[in-house]
Design a protein around this ligand. Structure first.
Ligand code: 13P
Ligand code: ZN
Length: 270
């Protein structure tokens, strides 16, 4: 058995959590990450029969039964993940149709996977149905996106169109746009199901007055999605109160589509 602290997936998650903290996206315990692991790779580091604890999830996710996830713990601080991965992270395998998370490593203080485990697992299910290579779900509280949800129309198309106009690269990074969920109680199966529903046609879902979810094939890709949307929101907040003399037009967004071979969400350009 290899030593899990050397596992590339663990090292990369710890590194990513540190970057997210450094960006100011994850104050205190805010934010959570889950990574779907390759089963054969996970079994190089943990024995699936050596179960430390069975943790009830409170939901069903039959499509994810038997799958391994590395996940941040409930109430854990992103700034501390690298210093003590075994305390702050858990490696679990879903069992009993998703109703149980079998803890195979980590959460050494008796902790549980993130309180947003329903939103994470349901979002993995939704993204895998669209893209079998999807692996990562990431949640955090970036200031500018969060602030934007107080002053901008929460219609997903309008919100996306504003973000696309704020920096030329936006439409290239998230051509599928951003879906916006009005404020809901966090940590529940209900917000999990609503998030997953919105993950069916976009890899970014904004939680109004709370934060954002991103999904992708790798930690870097998912981080980059959130980073780019957050940058666009930052520009918006810098200019929203000023007279607008120039903008990026729909015609220019179409030029970007053509030049770089991306396809904007159908119907979201005029
Ligand atoms: P956890 O500490 O349970 O992951 O919760 C943080 C959070 O961001 C809730 O939305
Ligand atoms: Zn949150």
């Amino acid at each position: 058995m290899k030593h899990i602290l050397d596992a590339p997936f663990l090292v990369e998650l710890a590194r990513t959590a540190a970057h997210m903290y450094a960006h100011g996206w994850d104050e205190r315990n805010s934010g959570n990450i889950s990574v779907l692991l390759d089963g054969a790779e996970a079994e190089q580091y943990v024995d699936p029969d050596a179960v430390l604890r069975d943790i009830p999830t409170g939901f069903e996710a039959p499509a994810l039964d038997g799958k391994y996830f590395l996940v941040t713990g409930a109430g854990k601080y992103f700034k501390n993940v690298g210093d003590d991965p075994a305390l702050n992270l858990g490696l679990v395998r879903l069992a009993e149709g998703g109703r149980t998370a079998r803890l195979l490593w980590g959460l050494t203080d008796g902790g549980s996977p993130t309180s947003e485990f329903p939103a994470h697992m349901m979002s993995h299910g939704a993204r895998l149905a669209q893209d079998p290579d999807s692996r990562v779900v990431m949640h955090c509280h970036p200031s500018n996106l969060l602030a934007m949800t107080y002053v901008h129309d929460l219609d997903s198309r309008a919100f996306t169109r504003t973000l696309w106009r704020m920096c030329t690269e936006g439409i290239l990074v998230f051509p599928d746009g951003v879906n916006v969920l009005p404020w809901m109680l966090c940590g529940t199966n209900e917000i999990g199901a609503a998030t997953a529903e919105r993950m069916a046609d976009a890899r970014l879902v904004v939680w109004a007055q709370h934060g954002i979810y991103g999904a992708g094939r790798s930690l870097d890709e998912t981080f980059g999605l959130i980073e780019t949307a957050e940058k666009a929101a930052e520009i918006y907040l810098k200019i929203a109160h000023l007279p607008r003399l120039n903008t990026i037009t729909d015609g220019q967004l179409r030029q970007l589509e053509q030049r770089y071979g991306v396809r904007a969400r159908p119907g979201w350009l005029d």
